[in-house]
Structure formats: C-alpha cells, structure tokens
Design a protein around this ligand. Structure first.
Ligand code: BEZ
Ligand code: FE
Length: 329
C-alpha cells in the first residue's frame, strides 16, 4: 500500500474496534475521543519512526508519572492546561462575554473543603520566618456591583514553595481558606508571602523538562476560585511582582491583569499597629466576575458524563464529576 499505514483500512478497523466504536454500549463521546487519540498517537509513531525501545521507554515513563502522582504537573508544563484557558476565553468571546478578571490555570494542588470563614481569615497557621502579607479587595459582578456572600477560595505555597497536604511538614489546610465576602462584597486575609514552586527535581516531570532543555519553576503566586450565585466561577492566580520567573513560568500561567502592585510598609508605627515587628507587604485586588455562559440544557445522564454541553459538568470541573448534578437547569 502507498501512503501511511495509519490511513490503511486495517489500521482504521483496528482503532475503530479498540475504541468500541463498532459496538453498542459505553459512552459514545468517550469512544470517539479515544479513537481519535489512539489514531493520532500512532500517526506520530509512524511519522517519527518511533522504535520499540523508544515506545517502551515512553510507556515506562507514563507508569512512573502516575506512580509519582505528577500527571497534573506535566499537563501544565506542556502548556495543555493553559491551552484550555485559551479555548474557554475564545468560547466566551464568541458568546460576547468579554472583560472580568482573567482566568488562569488551576494547577494540581487545590484541596476541597478548606475552612470557611466570614469576611476575613488568617491563612498562615504554621510558624514561618517570612514577610507578612495582607491582601484585601472586593468581589464584583459583571455590572461592577459588589457581591456579598461570594466565596473566595484561596490557596498558596509557603516560603519554601511547598503546599500543605502535598508537603507533609505542613499542618492540614495551612495556607488554604475559603472566605465569604461581607455585606460590601469585601474579603481580606493575612498570610505570609509565598515563594515560587519548583517541580520535584528527581521526579518524572523534571526528567522530561530536562530532555526538553527547560526548567520546572513557577513564579510566586496565589491561587483563587471565586464563586457567587449567578456568576461564572473564576479560576485564577495573582503573581508576585519582581519574581525572577514572573514571565518565565514553566506552567504558562502569568497573564496581564494578574500582577497587582505589592506595597511594602516599613513605617515603624504602621508595623506596630499591625502587631508586627518587621516590615510587611499589602496587596489590593478586586475580582470582577463574568456572567455565566449559557449553554444548551444538558440532557446527558450522569453515566454519560463528561457531557459536551454543560459547563458545570465539563471535564475541566473536578468538583462535580461522578456526583449528581449540582446545578440542574
Ligand atoms: C502550582 O500551582 O503551583 C502548579 C501548577 C502547575 C503545575 C505545578 C504546580
Ligand atoms: Fe500554585
């Protein structure tokens, strides 16, 4: 046969059968996606003449990636998570939904059910030698109206770049809180200025990055989910200005509009007023939420998720996958 083997009838039949596309039962959408992925992968194998040795090295790599629980790091490092942001931006733009605080990647280090506090919180429960950080702002809806009762879920690394739960030296939920905005839509918290994250140096993500001639560092940042009734849930981060990796994030998350001014306070009277003995920093940052992108009503049964039509149950939503629908429309 002339032309690539992947386009031959035998290969087409193979991957149609392997994805279950020739039979009833299962999830139609998933079958089509699996069929496409296996075909595209084997097209790459053929085009690059991948040897069996290389192929089995890749299989071994994926096994180690899973064993090290680093799949979430790699998808960010390869730009795939940022690509999802570009896709969602474009979808919203086509629907006429512009503006609002830019979204950026969630990353793999969020934890559900952080302690919920009203109006304000202190995040740094473990003692640390670092610079105290005071951050505050308002949550506003698409009309610019402050939203009382919005929930700001905030999480960040400590001064060594580690996240509680993933770093066993930290206490549970250290540097993680959910803060419900007050009657004026305001939130505020005290914490410690984080350091940037670095991929585990001996892990499989860094191993691949080394082969690509890349580093695995992120600039210092603070993550947020911001949720309010009737508004689109915002997933974002702010970056700490001045960080050496600010515009060289291995996970490609830095975006215009997410680098607030960091104000340094060294006035002894002000320091004393805060109950501190060292200079501290403050950040003011308002979150502007967008309207919900209204999509066709999802008719998929839970067994058929991920559904192509419902934003709340899209495959990017880790919260609701596998549970009953939290937002029936
Ligand atoms: C982080 O948020 O720190 C992170 C994001 C993607 C990959 C690794 C870490
Ligand atoms: Fe992070």
């Amino acid at each position: 046969m002339s032309g690539p083997i992947i386009d031959s009838p035998a290969a087409k039949q193979l991957f149609t059968r392997a994805a279950g596309l020739d039979g009833a039962g299962g999830n139609e959408r998933l079958k089509r996606i699996v069929g496409r992925i296996t075909t595209d992968l084997c097209r790459t194998v053929e085009e690059f003449d991948v040897t069996p040795t290389e192929f089995w090295a890749a299989v071994g790599y994926l096994t180690r990636l899973g064993q090290a629980n680093e799949a979430g790091l790699l998808v960010a490092g390869l730009g795939i998570e940022h690509f999802l942001d570009l896709l969602m931006d474009e979808k919203e733009s086509q629907a006429g939904l512009e503006g609002g605080t830019p979204r950026t990647i969630e990353g793999p280090l969020w934890l559900a059910d952080a302690p919920l506090e009203k109006g304000e919180a202190r995040l740094d429960q473990d003692p640390e030698q670092g610079t105290a950080l005071f951050m505050e702002g308002q949550v506003k809806d698409a009309d610019g109206t402050p939203v009382p009762g919005a929930v700001v879920d905030v999480w960040h690394a400590n001064t060594r770049g580690g996240y509680s739960h993933f770093d066993p030296s930290q206490s549970p939920y250290n540097l993680r809180r959910r803060i419900e905005t007050d009657g004026g839509g305001r939130y505020r918290f005290r914490s410690v200025l984080p350091s940037g994250y670095g991929c585990p140096p001996d892990g499989p993500t860094q191993e691949l990055l080394d082969h690509l001639g890349r580093h695995g560092r992120r600039p210092a940042h603070i993550h947020f989910f911001v949720e309010a009734p009737g508004c689109r849930r915002l997933t974002t981060q702010i970056n700490i200005a001045g960080d050496q990796y600010l515009h060289d994030d291995f996970a490609f998350a830095t975006r215009d509009g997410l680098i607030p001014e960091i104000v340094r306070h060294d006035d002894p009277a002000e320091i004393a007023r805060r109950g501190l003995s060292e200079p501290f920093v403050s950040i003011r940052f308002d979150f502007a939420l967008n309207r919900i992108l209204l999509l066709p009503i999802c008719t998929a049964s839970p067994a058929a998720w991920p559904s192509p039509t419902c934003e709340a149950r899209s495959w990017t939503c880790r919260r609701y996958v596998g549970t009953s629908c939290p937002t029936p429309r």
